[in-house]
Design a protein around this ligand. Structure first.
Ligand SMILES: Nc1ncnc2c1ncn2[C@@H]1O[C@H](COP(=O)(O)OP(=O)(O)OP(=O)(O)O)[C@@H](O)[C@H]1O
Ligand SMILES: Nc1nc(=O)c2ncn([C@H]3C[C@H](O)[C@@H](CO)O3)c2[nH]1
Length: 207
């Protein structure tokens, strides 16, 4: 059977190395790169200062932005049979929203999330970078975004668990999606070219 055209999403918790790896993969495979825009997000700074107060605005902002980006990606690449690599999967909206929203607001968000995303094509390959807390904290510090420097390690720890659960669920709910797990603590694709080659080889098995 003919394999579908690659629509690859790189996923993992905050600072796992998604953008870094997605950029390297796009270059290696010569695929267009779909990259999240962080600098123009007006709510992130406020959100990290007061999560309860700003969560709904922030989650809606991410959802609307990603919806627009995904719509464009489908139109420009996926529906034309062209490959693409992205530094996120739309499902991450729901992973974060379940962590940051509660009660009424979560339910409202859930309905809007499904309404917007259920009928959109999803990535057929997910490269999931699993990374432990200490590594994430180091990377966040190294990257040095001011608004992330006081991030609660407890929040990160819970997100790591949320991602683990979400990936397990996706494996059952979407058995046709290829999920490649990378050990982000052991495999350092930035410092060690041979680690990057291992990841490329794993992905190639599924293309
Ligand atoms: N394997 C690695 N080894 C060392 N440093 C890394 C590695 N991967 C990423 N980094 C560094 O860690 C920081 C975070 O990486 P990156 O921005 O790619 O993470 P991300 O998962 O896209 O983050 P976010 O969740 O905020 O979008 C950057 O400074 C990057 O250069
Ligand atoms: N709450 C929340 N919901 C999301 O969908 C989401 N996506 C990314 N982020 C945070 C992580 C980095 O700090 C920064 C850049 O990725 O933004 C999110 N935060």
């Amino acid at each position: 059977m003919k394999k579908p055209c690659p629509f690859i999403a790189v996923e993992g918790a905050i600072g796992a190395g998604k953008t870094t790896l997605a950029t390297m993969l796009a270059e290696r495979f010569d695929y267009p790169l779909l990259k999240e825009i962080v600098d123009e997000n007006p709510f992130l700074d406020k959100f990290y200062q007061n999560i309860e107060e700003w969560a709904f605005q922030l989650e809606m902002f991410f959802l609307c932005n990603r919806y627009k980006q995904l719509e464009d990606t489908v139109q420009n690449y996926v529906s034309q049979g062209l490959p693409v690599v992205s530094d996120y999967h739309i499902y991450k909206n729901w992973i974060f929203a379940q962590r940051t929203l509660h009660g009424d607001k979560r339910e409202k968000y859930r309905q809007i999330y499904h309404l917007l995303t259920d009928d959109l094509p999803k990535p057929n390959v997910i490269v999931y970078i699993h990374t432990e807390l200490a590594t994430l904290l180091k990377r966040i510090e190294k990257r040095g975004r001011s608004f992330e420097q006081d991030i609660d390690p407890g929040y990160l720890e819970r997100l790591i668990e949320d991602y683990e659960m979400a990936i397990t669920q996706l494996r059952t709910q979407e058995p046709d999606t290829v999920i490649i797990t990378i050990d982000g603590n052991e495999l350092d694709f930035v410092e060690h070219p041979e680690h990057f080659e291992q990841i490329v080889a794993k992905i190639k098995e599924h293309l």
